[in-house]
Design a protein around this ligand. Structure first.
Ligand code: IPM
Ligand code: MG
Length: 368
């Protein structure tokens, strides 16, 4: 049997540092769990631009499409701020999502008990929080045509178009319902059906998919602005939230902050299931490239390690090993090992990126 393949795109900023710790976990899985991946590596974002003049080379896209899963670090940095829009690091990521047709973006907002006091909300509002945002990722206003900056009369006009087809809404709704069945069986769909036709269609299609194929799942609808309010008022009312590309971008950042620790959150971007197994997929931390601390060994590798865990669960049918990694990370936090982002001033010396990675490996060892 051939080993499953994994393409690593470490990217920019703290991406390479956190990925070094992920490689330790991959090596450990090979040594101790008999779970070996064929790992290849390539460039994305600014790192790819520096070498190829583009944030995603064609060969890299081909490798991504051929791999069983892609694990990405982070893209972007101030060095690239003045680049033309078409070659900015972020375009590389957007092209990967679009070309691989990764339409369902899973963003868990989970509050680790040991970190509940870091939330800007009160502990009892967030302790035990476990929400999954399913964001549509390959359509909507991010990609709709027409778009651009044109001139009308003597002034410029910026144009983007919100556009959703029935089938685009249908497939992401199914992803949300399927997930809900494996969790607490509740989906809340968010749009602006009060002002947008695309929102009216979104609500109708989600309801139809529900009534036809998922009547056992509890479904509710909310306007996205009210949803934002409810997310900070009483986030534990939600299980799975399904929403469009732009609302999902905003709501998932807000939800991430509720947990008090952006440096802890992984994400998965899933396409349609492949003939011989899980979906085509890309996994990445929710945090960005954090150029202000890049190269200093201060970054928290947990989000990227937990992204690998999501890959094990969703792409490789290794839920048990995924849980093992998640439990190891929780144990490390509970034992008090903290990177700088998980500490308040006066809390003592923070663990470095590699110390945090080593602590996770030690916890994995202890789990055997
Ligand atoms: C995200 C980011 C991206 C987005 C950027 C980097 C293109 O904000 O993944 O949420 O807007 O989708
Ligand atoms: Mg975002």
């Amino acid at each position: 049997m051939t080993n499953p393949s994994l393409l690593i795109l470490a990217g920019d900023g703290i991406g390479p540092e956190v990925m070094t710790e992920v490689r330790k976990v991959i090596a450990w899985l090979g040594d101790k769990r008999d779970l070996t991946f064929d790992v290849t590596e390539d460039l994305v974002g600014g790192a790819a631009y520096d070498v190829h003049g583009t944030p995603l080379a064609d060969e890299t896209l081909e490798k991504a499409q051929a791999a069983d899963a892609v694990l990405l670090g982070a893209v972007g940095g101030p060095k690239y701020d003045t680049l033309d829009f078409s070659v900015k690091p972020e375009r590389g990521l957007l092209k990967l999502r679009k070309e691989m047709d990764l339409f369902a973006n899973l963003r868990p907002a989970q509050c680790f008990d040991a970190l509940a006091d870091f939330s800007s909300l009160k502990r009892d509002v967030v302790a035990g929080l476990d929400v999954m945002i399913v964001r549509e990722l390959t359509s909507g206003i991010y990609f709709g045509e027409p778009r651009g900056i044109t001139t009308e009369g003597n002034e410029r006009v910026g144009i983007n178009t919100q556009r959703y087809t029935e089938s685009e809404i249908d497939r992401v709704a199914r992803s949300a319902f399927e997930l809900a069945r494996r969790r607490n069986n509740k989906v809340c769909s968010m749009e602006k059906a009060n002002v947008m036709e695309s929102g009216i269609l979104w609500r109708e299609v989600v309801q139809e998919v529900h009534d036809k194929d998922y009547p056992d799942v509890e479904l509710s609808h909310m306007y996205a602005d009210a949803g934002a309010m409810q997310l900070v008022r009483a986030p534990k009312q939600f299980d799975v939230i399904v929403t469009d590309n732009l609302f999902g971008d905003l709501l998932s950042d807000a939800a991430a902050m509720l947990t008090g620790s952006l440096g802890m959150l992984p994400s998965a971007s899933l396409g349609a299931p492949m003939e011989n197994g899980g979906p085509k997929a890309l996994y990445e931390p929710v945090h960005g490239s954090a150029p202000d601390i890049a190269g200093e060994g201060k970054a928290n590798p947990c989000a990227c390690i937990l992204s690998l865990a999501m890959a094990l669960r969703y792409s490789f049918d290794q839920g048990e090993e995924a849980t093992r990694i998640e439990t190891a990370v929780e144990k490390v936090l509970a034992d008090g090992t903290r990177t700088a982002d998980l500490m308040q001033s006066g809390d003592g010396t923070p663990a470095s990126t590699s110390e945090m990675g080593d602590a996770v490996i030690a916890a994995l060892e202890a789990s055997l």
